[in-house]
Design a protein around this ligand. Sequence first.
Ligand SMILES: NC(=O)c1ccc[n+]([C@@H]2O[C@H](COP(=O)([O-])OP(=O)(O)OC[C@H]3O[C@@H](n4cnc5c(N)ncnc54)[C@H](OP(=O)(O)O)[C@@H]3O)[C@@H](O)[C@H]2O)c1
Length: 186
Amino acid sequence: MKILLIGANGEIGKILQPALAKNHEIISAGRTSGNFRIDLSDSNSIEKLFEEIKNIDACICVAGDCYTGDLLSLDEKKLNIGIENKLLGQINLVLIGQKYLNDNGSFTLTSGKMADKPVKNNISKAIVNGGINSFVLAASLELERGIRINAISPAKVSDIPIQDLINAYNKSVEGIINGEIIKVNY
Ligand SMILES: NC(=O)c1ccc[n+]([C@@H]2O[C@H](COP(=O)([O-])OP(=O)(O)OC[C@H]3O[C@@H](n4cnc5c(N)ncnc54)[C@H](OP(=O)(O)O)[C@@H]3O)[C@@H](O)[C@H]2O)c1
């Protein structure tokens, strides 16, 4: 498969890229690194990327920042970091990318444990991750041409056996599941 991996240079991306490259062609993308540049907070940048790369079978997103801090320190501006980059960024990736992906292709987004089991100082991640999961559940009902969508919701990556993380992304990309939130290690 031809796989677009957004955030390939991040902690998760660096684990996934070599693992997926054993069986697939990987096109890496990131804000400042990779084969192609993309800023998920900018719809034009997303559209440009899909115009440039043709015939993508699977789009995996392991990118997006969120503010970390307590409730008292949180304000609209800080909340918007995660909303614009991680939540709307991944949603826009699907809204735009659905027009370009090959028939029977797939989107695999990344949310995180804080959606279900938040700990203090992670309100922004809780909201953003929950939104991603809800989007995946709803969008999976409507994507056309056999295109599937799932979310991987990992616990802290340094606490996860690497193979469990790889298996979760593989299950979404190579399997037949649609509309699933795969919780890894919690
Ligand atoms: N690491 C964990 O323990 C963990 C656990 C659960 C969920 N998650 C989630 O998984 C995702 C990836 O985590 P990570 O730890 O691998 O992140 P990371 O190490 O911070 O790397 C993020 C990657 O995303 C890219 N990126 C950031 N903002 C972007 C934007 N606006 N547009 C395009 N690319 C952007 C960066 O690209 P450049 O390097 O090219 O600038 C970077 O390669 C995040 O959404 C995170 O919340 C992580």
